[in-house]
Structures are given as structure tokens and as C-alpha cells.
Design a protein around this ligand. Structure first.
Ligand SMILES: Nc1ncnc2c1ncn2[C@@H]1O[C@H](COP(=O)(O)OP(=O)(O)OP(=O)(O)O)[C@@H](O)[C@H]1O
Ligand SMILES: [Mg+2]
Length: 251
């Protein structure tokens, strides 16, 4: 699905309409179907707000979000959070089944599909474990499976690997790319991490500090799998770090 963001603005108004906080200035972009796009920007610039507005969890103050030219239908946008947001009282399998349950899929069919995801996500043998019995990497795989099993038209990921150690993070990045290369979901990924952005993305959108506007759009035309420490990735990282330098976190 193509994603069009037209003049998207968001201002949070304080109690009684006083003290508004402008978070999204006026964002315009067009994202091609099946592409992997990353938004990177300073802490607090409005990245999570942007994803929440796109997902329809938060109303826009201006502009619009269109999927293939239409406002997204409920349930068509999937969101993966940084902190996994799993239900602690549900097993891995029952968490993965969640979206299908909401969609009214029959129990036997739900179970069959969830077990396919369990296998494909390297969770076999752990399907009956509760989230606290799983490693951080496994919990995040459960969270990603729970989102992808519903076949969303657009996948939003908000710093999904930020709580993981760097080795687990690297292996989950590779895992995610492997999934994406076969499924070709349209993915909108948010990160602080320049290395992650360069390793994963077809395109990188650099955001300003709050209120977020687009500073630069960079196409990453390097073949995959990418060598994280190779000269091309290093040069691109340096360029992004320079662009971000002017957009430091507010004191
Ligand atoms: N519900 C809300 N009501 C009022 N202000 C909010 C609300 N949600 C977010 N904000 C404000 O919007 C700004 C942007 O927050 P947001 O969480 O989108 O930033 P972010 O770029 O995701 O930050 P981080 O990098 O730390 O995750 C912050 O100043 C925050 O205080
Ligand atoms: Mg955030």
C-alpha cells in the first residue's frame, strides 16, 4: 500500500485549550508500496506522536494520512512498540492470536495460523511460555508476530529494538529484513540509532527537533545484506550524523 502524508500537523492543547505544544509542524511525504522507510530524529521531536497519528490512535490537528488514496480503515495499520506491550497473562501463542481473535477468526484456525508464526519466528518450544519467561529478543519477536499475523496494510514500528542489547538487536534487524524481503510489507520504522537506519532502510527521513518537520530525505541505494562497517555505510552514517547535529535534543 502506498502511504501519503499531506500537511500533517499535531498540536496538543493544554487543559482549557491553554499552553498548546506543537509537535508535528507540517509533514508531507509519499511512501511507495513495499518500501522500508525509517524516520530518525532527536529525542522528543514527535516520532511516536507521528506514528500514533498515522495509526489513528491520535487525531491530527491538520492534514491527512491516506493509504492508497483513502483514510486507513480500522485495523489496517499495525503498530509494534519499543516495550513489547505483550499481555502478561497470555502465553506467547495466545498473544500472537490476539489480533485474529479480535477479527473474529475461529479458534482452530487461529491456533493453526499462530503456530505457523511461532515456527517462522523461531519460537517453537516457547509457545506456551508467558512473556516473563521469554528473553527480550523473544518477547519482541512475539510482538512482531502478533502484528504481522493480521496482515496489516502498513506496519509501524516505534523503536522496537531499543531495549535490546546490541547483539540481539543486530540479529533481530537481520530477522526483520528476512521477513520483509519475503513479505514486502510497507514498513515505517522509527529509531534514534543511525546504524540501524542505514542497515535497514530503503529511505531515511531525517526529522528536525520539535515541532518535527522534514530536514532531509535520503535514499539508501546499497545492496542488501549490507556491511555495517563497510565504507559506504560509514559514509552514509557520517552524513546523517552531520544532519542530526543541528537538531540536538532540547536542553
Ligand atoms: N498526549 C500528550 N499530551 C501532551 N503532550 C504530549 C502528548 N504526547 C506527547 N506529547 C509531547 O509531544 C512531544 C513529542 O513526544 P513524542 O513522544 O512524540 O516524541 P518522540 O520523538 O517519540 O520522543 P522519544 O525519542 O523520546 O521517543 C513531547 O514534547 C511530549 O511531551
Ligand atoms: Mg518515541
Amino acid at each position: 500500500m502506498s502511504l501519503t502524508i499531506n500537511g500533517l500537523g499535531k498540536t496538543f492543547t493544554g487543559a482549557g485549550g491553554a499552553g498548546g505544544v506543537a509537535v508535528l509542524a507540517r509533514l508531507d511525504c509519499l511512501i511507495a508500496p513495499g518500501s522500508f522507510v525509517t524516520f530518525i530524529g532527536p529525542s522528543g521531536c514527535g516520532k511516536t506522536t507521528l506514528l500514533r497519528v498515522i495509526a489513528g490512535l491520535e487525531p491530527a490537528s491538520a492534514g491527512q494520512v491516506l493509504l492508497d488514496g483513502r483514510p486507513p480503515a480500522p485495523g489496517r495499520v499495525g503498530l509494534v512498540f519499543q516495550n513489547y506491550a505483550l499481555f502478561p497473562w497470555r502465553t506467547a501463542r495466545a498473544n500472537i492470536e490476539m489480533g485474529l481473535e479480535i477479527a473474529g477468526v475461529a479458534p482452530a484456525e487461529r491456533r493453526r495460523r499462530a503456530l505457523e508464526y511461532v515456527k517462522a519466528f523461531g519460537l517453537a518450544g516457547f509457545e506456551d511460555r508467558y512473556p516473563h519467561e521469554l528473553s527480550g529478543g523473544m518477547q519482541q519477536r512475539v510482538a512482531i508476530a502478533r502484528t504481522l499475523i493480521t496482515e496489516p496494510a502498513l506496519v509501524l514500528m516505534d523503536e522496537p529494538f531499543a531495549s535490546l542489547d546490541s547483539q540481539t538487536r543486530n540479529s533481530l534487524q537481520e530477522f526483520l529484513l528476512g521477513l520483509w524481503e519475503t513479505r514486502r510489507d510497507t514498513v515505517l520504522f522509527v529509531t534514534h540509532n543511525v546504524d540501524e537506519a542505514v542497515f535497514l532502510s530503503d529511505e531515511i527521513f531525517i526529522l528536525s527537533r520539535r515541532p518535527a518537520r522534514l530536514v532531509q530525505r535520503l535514499a539508501v541505494e546499497l545492496p542488501r545484506p549490507r556491511d555495517r562497517t563497510g565504507p559506504e555505510c560509514n559514509a552514509l552514517r557520517r552524513r546523517i550524523l552531520d544532519l542530526l547535529k543541528d537538531q540536538q535534543e532540547e536542553a
